[in-house]
Design a protein around this ligand. Structure first.
Ligand code: 4NP
Length: 163
């Protein structure tokens, strides 16, 4: 078995978008045999919600879709770059915050936008922040993240080391 691929999803608060991505990825990986072990976590670039569970609207949307969601918010740190192979930001602001935190060019190169894997992104690679919006925003966010995570899993499956 090759080394695991370690993925961290990162948004601002780590209570809406990134825990949704972590939950969907863990759920989908339960059905996919990629031939490689994938570990998933999530974190926020901000510290306002550290220690909090995911937002109840995000949890409600996940529950409606049959996706288990748990976790406690934490802030992404410079040391985390050593623990992950892929750091997937939910939007360009968070990508810039992560790049600014990266201790080396190699670390910065681990940062990508999750929606680069969304076949329906049409050039818009941000997952909009649903926190201050209406509750329907959470369903849209879930769909966007779900498509992106499916694309990410297909990407990992097609590029995994063989042998
Ligand atoms: P998230 O959403 O980044 O998807 O977890 C947010 C949660 C909280 C805040 C902003 C975005 N906030 O400003 O408190």
């Amino acid at each position: 078995m090759p080394d695991p691929i370690r993925v961290c999803f990162v948004c601002l608060g780590n209570i809406c978008r990134s825990p949704t991505a972590e939950a969907i990825m863990a759920h989908r990986l339960g059905f996919d045999d990629l031939g490689v072990h994938v570990e998933v976590e999530s974190a926020g670039t901000g510290d306002w919600h550290v220690g909090h569970p995911p937002d109840e609207r995000a949890r409600g949307e996940a529950a409606r879709r049959g996706v288990p969601m748990a976790g406690v918010a934490r802030q992404f740190t410079a040391d985390d770059f050593g623990r992950f192979d892929l750091v997937l930001a939910m939007d360009a602001d968070n990508r810039e915050a992560l790049r600014a935190l990266a201790p080396s060019p190699e670390a910065a190169a681990k940062v990508h936008l999750l929606r680069e894997f969304d076949p329906q992104a049409h050039g818009n690679h941000d997952v909009p922040d649903p926190y201050f919006g209406v509750s329907e925003g959470f369903a849209e966010m879930f769909d966007m993240v779900d498509r992106s995570v499916a694309g990410l899993i297909a990407h990992i499956g097609s590029t995994r080391p063989t042998g």
